[in-house]
Design a protein around this ligand. Structure first.
Ligand code: FE2
Ligand code: FE2
Length: 314
């Protein structure tokens, strides 16, 4: 961590945007100080009318996932090799990454509030529950496992925000499409950063990095909102309905999971990495065979057609 952390200032410049030059949620929402505010809100609400029930459910789930950022920041801050008292190095990366991410929940939340389609109280209850319940992503405090997780997760959020952007456009909701689009592009930059960290670890600690990658894929990458719940609903149950809605819409599917896993194999050139010990070789064999195996299983899995009445939707 110290070795990679030496180049962290470079990484911040390369993968994050300067605060003063970048968008803020207010830039993409009606301006409350303007006379035109009420009219803009009316238009916004009208543009949301055609969005389907599943779409609204998925957008709310995505928003709550973003709003649970305190969980993610505190989790990363607890990784081995992070010294919170030292404002430089890794601490600086995590804080700057968090600061960029923080805008995602803010922006989506405000949009949903204005949309008129959401029971905000119910949504806020779920957000508070999710932060209170935390998550368990199977990484422990190990940075190798955490960076596999974050590489995967940033790609997964890129896919889902990109798809909600496309669907919003098709429904004639251009403002929402733009919102989801700018968030998706943040996620892609973040994915590039975390993938670069893993790449650097592969160069200096090849076998251990391979074993960490294998371990995470064996456990399966759980989504950060896997503990999602509503009032009176058991932990995790709401998440599975949210995930079904995302599968039905094609916003994030089992096939996307497999494609992301496969793209990581390609990006990290897993097939041609040299210098592995025996355990590392076996881990590589497992990883290389994984996409084909998962695809066989995916072909047999059916997506539940049942729409579930979320308490979040007005
Ligand atoms: Fe995000
Ligand atoms: Fe992200």
């Amino acid at each position: 961590m110290r070795f990679i952390g030496e180049k962290i200032d470079e990484s911040i410049d390369q993968f994050l945007k300067p605060i003063e030059k970048y968008w803020q949620p207010a830039d993409l929402l009606p301006d409350t100080t303007k006379e035109t505010f009420i009219d803009e809100v009316k238009l916004l609400r009208e543009s949301c009318r055609e969005l389907s029930y599943d779409y609204i459910a998925v957008l709310i789930g995505d928003t709550i996932t973003e709003e649970a950022l305190p969980t993610y920041e505190s989790w990363l801050m607890d990784m081995d090799g992070i010294e919170q008292g030292n404002p430089h190095g890794w601490t600086r990366w995590i804080r700057n990454w968090t600061a960029e991410e923080n805008r995602h929940g803010d922006l989506l939340n405000k949009f949903l509030y204005l949309s008129g389609r959401v029971n905000m109280h119910a949504m806020e209850v779920s957000t508070q529950y999710l932060i209170a319940d935390g998550f368990d992503i199977g990484t422990g405090r190990d940075p190798y496992r955490n960076f596999v997780y974050t590489s995967f997760q940033e790609l997964a959020t890129n896919v889902s925000h990109r798809r909600t952007a496309t669907l919003a456009k098709q429904a004639g909701c251009n403002q929402l499409s733009k919102i989801c689009g700018v968030i998706a592009s943040d996620e892609m930059r973040h994915a590039k950063a975390y993938k670069a960290f893993v790449q650097q670890i592969f160069e200096v600690d090849t076998s251990e990095m391979m074993l960490a990658f294998e371990d995470m894929m064996r456990k399966k990458i759980v989504m950060p909102a896997h503990f999602l719940r509503e009032t009176g609903v058991k932990i995790g149950e709401t998440f599975s309905h949210f995930s079904d809605a995302a599968q039905r819409l094609g916003v994030y599917t089992t096939h996307d999971y497999i494609d992301i896993a496969e793209s990581l194999l390609v990006d990290w050139q897993i097939d041609s990495i040299t210098g592995l010990n025996d355990a590392g070789q076996r881990a590589r064999d497992y990883l290389m065979a994984l996409p084909t195996r998962l695809r066989r299983v995916a072909e047999r899995t059916k997506i539940p057609a049942l729409e579930y009445p979320f308490s979040w939707i007005a």
